[in-house]
Design a protein around this ligand. Structure first.
Ligand code: ZN
Length: 237
């Protein structure tokens, strides 16, 4: 029996319910120092403007969600870069969950297509607090609530261990980061589907005659339309 999606078993969880179980715990990996003075705007991005500053005493794993893009006609690049000052101790559960947990303002045009896993070396200054909620221009509230790590010095791209494409579906397994730097995304180009199980983009859309149906655990019937070619995975969905 191939490894197929059981759509009946896919239940939505609350933002932060899954990833906080796996987040990087900084205690004993950092040493508190005198608080770094940040700009007003940066201070406001922390809940109640509260943050503490530390020096890392060993390597720590952080995550950064990003996406840079340009249209085919315009030359200017918009969006968020892979290396940036704001990171988090938790990986993204989905682009929507990340938008809520990290309170990503739409005006920043971060298209949340990729996530970098970053290994911050020892002896780096970081400021840490909780992401403050924001209200968008149409008065939608993004809750925030993730741990926010701010690195004021320009950091090295070599700290990135790997990248992954985000799946629009909430993840249920700890993500892997199989990709190299994805670079700038050209809008209107078609992108390969990302495997919701292993995050690989080595996937195919099944032709109609290759598609098949499976029975879900609650009796639902589902057609498998996509297949992951990663040999360690082989997921159908
Ligand atoms: Zn896969």
């Amino acid at each position: 029996m191939p490894f197929c999606c059981d759509y009946d078993a896919l239940t939505l969880y609350k933002s932060g319910e899954f990833n906080t179980k796996y987040k990087t715990v900084l205690t004993e990996k950092v040493c508190e120092i005198e608080r770094e003075i940040l700009d007003e705007q940066e201070i406001e991005s922390f809940l109640n403007g509260e943050y503490k500053t530390y020096i890392t005493t060993e390597e720590i794993v952080l995550y950064r969600i990003f996406g840079e893009y340009k249209s085919k006609i315009e030359e200017s690049v918009k969006g968020a870069r892979n290396i940036g000052r704001f990171l988090s101790t938790e990986f993204a559960e989905s682009p929507i969950d990340a938008k809520i947990r990290l309170a990503l303002n739409p005006t920043w045009k971060n298209i949340r297509m990729y996530e970098a896993k970053v290994l911050v070396p020892k002896d780096i200054k970081i400021s840490v607090g909780v992401v403050a909620p924001i209200y968008t221009t149409d008065n939608t509230k993004f809750e925030g609530g993730a741990d926010q790590v701010y690195i004021s010095e320009a950091w090295d791209e070599k700290w990135v261990v790997g990248y992954r494409r985000l799946s629009s579906r909430q993840i249920h397994t700890v993500p892997k980061y199989p990709l190299k730097d994805p670079g700038i995304i050209i809008l209107n180009e078609t992108h390969k589907s990302v495997c919701p199980m292993c995050c690989d983009i080595n996937t195919v859309d099944l032709r109609e005659d290759e598609q098949f149906t499976v029975l879900g655990s609650k009796g639902g019937v589902y057609t498998m339309k996509k297949h992951c070619l990663n040999e360690d995975c082989g997921y159908y969905w």
